[in-house]
Design a binder for this molecule. Sequence first.
Ligand SMILES: Nc1ncnc2c1ncn2[C@@H]1O[C@H](COP(=O)(O)OP(=O)(O)OP(=O)(O)O)[C@@H](O)[C@H]1O
Ligand SMILES: Nc1ccn([C@H]2C[C@H](O)[C@@H](COP(=O)(O)O)O2)c(=O)n1
Length: 234
Amino acid sequence: METVSAAARTAPAAVIVAIDGPSGTGKSSTSKAVAAQLGLSYLDTGAQYRAITWWMLNNGIDVTDAAEIATAAAKPVIVSGTDPSAPTITVDGEDASGPIRTQEVTSKVSAVSAVPEVRALITELQRTIATEAGRGIVVEGRDIGTTVLPDADIKIFLTASPEARAARRSGEVKGSDLAATREALIKRDAADSGRKTSPLAKAADAVEVDTTDLTLAQVVECVVTLVGEKQAAK
Ligand SMILES: Nc1ncnc2c1ncn2[C@@H]1O[C@H](COP(=O)(O)OP(=O)(O)OP(=O)(O)O)[C@@H](O)[C@H]1O
Ligand SMILES: Nc1ccn([C@H]2C[C@H](O)[C@@H](COP(=O)(O)O)O2)c(=O)n1
């Protein structure tokens, strides 16, 4: 007869939460808060694409040349720390959390992340991290529900008007130009939605949450409730 340990009998099943959406819809803030509240790990997949872009820029790779990007893609070692209260990202052992947020990286990341060889490597890394998260994980990005974790327990697609998203982003940087921020967001979303390989898209079975008129606390409560309902129905 098969024996089951006491720990295995009592341990709750790991829960996988996929949160996708365009830039500035609140994916990172929401995902971190939900993960912290539910005791889950957290993975910012955008940070991984930013990290590989930063490495390419630092290593003289022509980021307008897809073939050059593809050839170099496996060289950097990217490590993500998944504690929602202190997420980390290193490239070849170096802390990259600051440099990956520069304007230069933001303006180049869509081109680098569109290269299929980059996506294949980063997707594999993301799946390994999700598999190893003992209690479960909240993974946020653009293609998590459609491609990276199509069997996620719950998929959320966050949206917000371009005006609300631009206002949120402008609020982070003193003196920033609201119209220019809005145009930059729209341009990056168009590039991310228009690429051939796993574009930004809502999975057919994702729940869409429009955050335009919701506070961050309301969005977090909404997602925590949806996760709870899904787990209760299991
Ligand atoms: N519901 C909300 N109401 C008001 N501000 C919010 C809300 N959600 C997030 N924010 C703020 O908007 C900004 C962008 O949020 P966040 O970084 O979480 O978005 P994101 O979708 O992860 O963006 P990106 O994809 O560009 O990384 C942050 O300053 C955050 O504090
Ligand atoms: N799953 C993902 C996550 C991110 N990207 C790309 C596209 C984004 O413009 C960029 C930066 O993401 P952010 O830090 O703004 O969330 O990374 C992707 O292609 N797939």
